[in-house]
Ligand binder design. Structure first.
Ligand code: ADP
Ligand code: MG
Length: 241
């Protein structure tokens, strides 16, 4: 379980996050939604420690991550898998090398153990046998799947995805959503996905945190959302900041 409490983050005099609190539960996909510029990516980066909030706390299974120094954070960092907005694959590395990157950095696994692990991750994202391809040879949806395979290489307890559907057609988006949900249930990890895709919200949003201009505007499940005035909420998702 990840708990965030009163997260505040500014860039200069731009007060981007204004006291966000939420709980993200294990075995579920939690979604952060909101219009462009509402602070979604900034919040995700505050949670994983890429940004330092001026105020507030991030707790990973009761452990206060915010107050830790770089060294102290290492064990939690190893349990975090992250899919960045543009997949951010290493272009000069093959699919297999991309997936093994964290294993090379953080484990003392043998070469054959790492290859086994990479094969297993590729199976999980339905890309068996694509080991030797380079990112330039992959479609947008395949890049996202390799990004997910890389994010899960260390068997993460916490999985973060920033806009996993961006740039994908609606059918591929659904495939990615279902994959993220399946992996979350299999690994029983705590998954937080940033999206502005209303299909994802309705499909996999068991918990939705809705940001508007850096504040929590609404939270609930997709079922709760169906009972609310979706049109009105929708207008907020796509409203300019
Ligand atoms: P979203 O992901 O919801 O589109 P972001 O979190 O990327 O929104 O951005 C929220 C606000 O924070 C924007 O006004 C953006 O310009 C600002 N911002 C984001 N990252 C930085 C940064 N590294 N430096 C300065 N301003 C930033
Ligand atoms: Mg963003």
């Amino acid at each position: 379980m990840i708990q965030i409490e009163n997260i505040n983050k500014s860039f200069g005099d731009n007060h981007v996050l204004k006291g966000i609190s939420a709980n993200f539960e294990p075995g579920k996909v939690s979604l952060i939604i909101g219009g462009s510029g509402s602070g979604k990516s900034t919040l995700l980066k505050c949670i994983v420690g890429l940004h330092h909030p001026e105020k507030g706390k991030v707790l990973f299974d009761q452990t206060d991550f915010t107050r830790m120094n770089f060294e102290e954070r290492v064990p939690i960092r190893k349990e975090i898998g992250m899919l960045f907005q543009n997949s951010a694959l290493f272009d000069s590395m093959t699919v297999e090398q991309n997936i093994m990157f964290s294993l090379d950095m953080f484990t003392d696994m043998s070469k054959s153990e790492k290859l086994d692990r990479a094969n297993h991750c590729l199976e999980q994202v339905n890309l068996e046998g694509r080991n030797k391809l380079f990112p330039a040879e992959l479609s947008g949806g395949m890049k996202k799947r390799v990004g997910i395979a890389r994010a899960i290489s260390m068997n993460p307890k916490y999985l973060f995805c920033d806009e996993p559907n961006s740039g994908l057609d609606p059918e591929t988006s659904i495939v990615i959503d279902e994959l993220v949900l399946k992996i979350t249930q299999e690994l029983k990890c705590t998954t937080v996905v940033v999206t502005h895709d209303m299909n994802s919200v309705m499909g996999i949003g068991e918990y939705i945190l809705f940001l508007y201009k850096g504040q929590k505007f609404w939270e609930g499940s997709n079922k709760d959302m169906m009972r609310s005035d979706v049109e009105e909420l929708n207008n907020f998702v796509f409203a300019s900041p």
